[in-house]
Design a protein around this ligand. Structure first.
Ligand SMILES: C[S@@+](CC[C@H](N)C(=O)[O-])C[C@H]1O[C@@H](n2cnc3c(N)ncnc32)[C@H](O)[C@@H]1O
Length: 314
């Protein structure tokens, strides 16, 4: 049966037998929390916590707890809480708290009143299902067109449904005025606002591939991953379903790219001195590996182009 993408997407990822009920993210795709990279991301988290004077790290969409472990190793004096759909991984250090979450736009009831916290949602919002819509009729009068939902069945076949809710149409007019296919970010905006409401005092940070109003992806960005490959987006629970985030519509104080932020935090090292290769080859190789990881995470064509959405709450 064909239904709006937002519903099919939610069930495919977070239903009882959904993708994230069964699968660990790193079995299907790599992120900045993958081995060899996670220590650099953790250094950025710890630098931000120190700069903002925060004691508690809350990792929303914690995956397998990789980032939490790396932060704990760098800053053992900080409290750490992971919030995740998936069960607590075996072997996670017992001092790291683990809170189960319903998934998608839903957050756990118990996650409230956070104080002195850096609340980081790394690659969460791209996995929050959103309404996918199209403008009818087609160009050239896109701005005046009716915005109708795109429906999908379990095979991935799409059809066109009814006009979207007035709030979604208003979002499309304000935030995605051009382009025929629209990924309506209202569900992400609301999920982010809900996360902000859980914080009494701290810094909320969302990190994701994203886009701005001036340059939305003309054909949308819905993508599916399975076992390391890009596959057709089919909402049957067999693959991850993700779409880039309209970061400018999220409540924020600052939008900054990962490359800019790492530079600002002084995390980009110089090349190690060749002399070190003779006097301490192990230290030289370590410095070289670290620099390669930083280069990978600050490459503007890759993770360096990730948006960091910052919102201070007090
Ligand atoms: C793309 S993975 C990112 C994992 C990790 N942050 C990383 O960057 O490697 C998305 C993760 O978000 C989790 N997730 C989705 N919705 C969530 C929610 N509402 N609360 C907590 N975790 C959620 C999924 O279970 C999945 O592990």
């Amino acid at each position: 049966m064909a239904r709006p993408w937002i519903e099919a997407w939610h069930d495919a990822l977070y239903g009882t037998d959904g993708f994230y009920a069964r699968e660990a993210p790193h079995a299907h795709f790599s992120t900045s929390t993958s081995p060899g990279l996670v220590d650099v991301l953790a250094a950025a988290v710890v630098a931000l916590m120190r700069r903002e004077g925060l004691d508690h790290f809350v990792d929303v969409a914690a995956g397998g707890g990789e980032l939490a472990c790396a932060v704990s190793a760098l800053a053992p004096d900080r409290d750490i809480t992971c919030v995740e759909v998936r069960p607590r991984p075996e072997g996670l250090p017992e001092w790291i708290r683990w809170v189960r979450s319903p998934g998608g736009a839903g957050l756990p009831d118990g996650l409230r009143g956070l104080t002195s916290s850096l609340v980081l949602a790394h690659e969460w919002l791209d996995n929050v299902p959103c309404t996918i819509a199209t403008r009818r009729p087609a160009p050239p009068q896109l701005r005046d067109c009716e915005v109708v939902a795109v429906l999908v069945d379990r095979s991935g076949a799409e059809s066109v449904g009814d006009p979207v809710a007035p709030e979604d149409a208003a979002w499309a007019r304000q935030w995605w005025p051009d382009g025929e296919r629209i990924e309506i970010g209202r569900a992400r905006d609301d999920a982010w606002t809900d996360l902000l409401s859980r914080i009494e005092d701290g810094l909320a940070v969302a990190v994701d591939y994203g886009h701005l109003r001036e340059a939305r992806p003309q054909d949308g960005s819905l993508t599916a991953y399975s076992r390391g490959a890009v596959v057709d987006p089919v909402p049957d629970g067999s693959c991850d379903l993700t779409a880039h985030v309209a970061v400018d519509s999220l409540t924020h104080d600052r939008l900054i790219t990962q490359r800019e932020l790492f530079t600002e935090l002084g995390l980009i090292p110089d090349a190690p001195d060749h002399g070190l290769a003779r006097t301490d080859p192990a230290a030289y190789l370590h410095a070289l590996a670290h620099r390669s990881a930083v280069t990978a995470l600050t490459n503007s064509a890759g993770p360096g182009g990730f948006w960091w959405v910052l919102r201070r709450v007090s």
